[in-house]
Design a protein around this ligand. Structure first.
Ligand code: GSH
Length: 210
């Protein structure tokens, strides 16, 4: 059997979610190793000492340890839905940077000593800019889902779930429909499977389409 790339992943991490979705849609099989953030496997730290998931270790020992790089690597090989058409780097950077900053301080005010409402308001401004885009097209970069949608929505899902009743009451009709569609998609369900944490010596868990 040809060796598969190994993906170190954590089910609830939004960065890992988007990497898993791109790998799956590109038809790339990987060996999936679920980890616990509080007990990272030594094999993962040896491959990528910075200690964040996702980490993809290729059979030739190359390591890709940024979620967007994993997405682009997978899609560069096979992109059946044309996701790279929607590789809007400026938009993605805005959500990985400023929006994520506000999300963390809204969701975990105790950890950051922050005023959650101030950061919720700042986060909402970013969502309002997306609302305008979604009024023009069903997805962020056109009529079908692309890289931009998949890169952003796991974080917006977290923002929404922090106070779902408040989020649902905001006048963001396009955003509500867009988010519900992506969260309810077969693709998302397929990457949210529950696995016990990997241990050295375990039989490989192959993560693949179909
Ligand atoms: N820039 C990285 C960020 C990844 C990241 O921060 N992942 C979090 C989990 S969501 C992590 O592994 N944090 C390390 C820890 O909590 O120990 C990427 O895009 O892959």
């Amino acid at each position: 059997m040809t060796a598969l790339p190994i993906l170190y992943s954590f089910r609830r991490c939004p960065f890992a979610m988007r990497a898993r979705m791109a790998l799956l849609v590109s038809g790339r099989s990987v060996e999936l190793r679920e980890i616990l953030l509080r007990a990272k496997p030594q094999a993962m730290l040896d491959a990528s000492p910075k200690g964040t998931v996702p980490v993809l270790v290729l059979p030739d020992t190359r390591v890709i340890d940024q979620s967007l790089d994993i997405m682009r690597w997978a899609l560069a090989r096979h992109d059946p839905e044309g996701w790279l058409r929607g590789d809007d780097a400026e938009l993605i950077e805005r959500f990985d940077g400023p929006f994520k900053h506000h999300l963390d301080r809204y969701k975990y005010p105790g950890r950051h000593g922050s005023d959650p409402i101030e950061h919720r308001t700042a986060g909402l401004e970013h969502l309002e800019s997306l609302e305008q885009r979604l009024a023009a097209s069903a997805f962020l970069c056109g009529s079908t889902r692309t890289l931009a949608d998949i890169a952003l929505f796991p974080f917006i899902r977290q923002f929404a779930a922090t106070d779902q009743a408040w989020f649902d009451a905001q006048p963001l009709p396009q955003m509500h429909g867009w988010l519900a569609g992506l969260i309810g998609s077969d693709l998302f369900a397929s990457v949210m499977l529950r696995l016990p944490p990997w241990q050295p010596g375990d039989a490989p868990t192959v993560f693949a389409t179909g």
